[in-house]
Design a protein around this ligand. Sequence first.
Ligand code: SF4
Length: 196
Amino acid sequence: MFNKQEKQESLEILNYQIRSCESCSLSVTRKHALTGEGNIDARIMFVALSPGLKEDLHNKMFIGPSGQVFNKLLIAAGIERELVFMTNLIKCMLPNNRKPKISEIELCSQFLDEEISLIQPEVIVPLGYYAGRAILQKYHADLFESQMDIAKTTFGKLLFLNGQKIYPLSHPASLLYNPSYEPGTVEKYKKLAAFL
Ligand code: SF4
């Protein structure tokens, strides 16, 4: 267990390691390796896949089109962005929004593991398929085979796996393509507000 100062110092060291990481080829195409952002005592940690173009350019989480949807969902659910912690499974942008390679996930998720150990969120909210699969596997729920299985069987359900609450949700970007899902998604975010 860390006190606040130890947590802050450890996070600063970790963030320095992330920003200077050149362990995979994504370091060549990125402008910034994004570190997690938000309240270090947060009870809720959101985990997205990777920074988008705008996030990479401005070195800030969730400021592109998906981020605008995310902000709207938080506001609709009464969740203050300042109270949560947000991070990515992969810290560097995936060129042209390509799919992540297994090797990139395996290599980069060491940073996410450390963020989770430091923040110790009560509930982890992976957003979308890749973050969901990685978090479920981390907590030994590697029983989901396909993208559809994960979405159908876990999105919007509160899971208890090896002592950790996990609440997988679809990625906010999905509302850009399917705006009709918004009311249902807002309801799922409202359930999260209870943890605050
Ligand atoms: S994606 Fe992760 S492992 Fe690869 S260079 Fe960026 S921070 Fe390092």
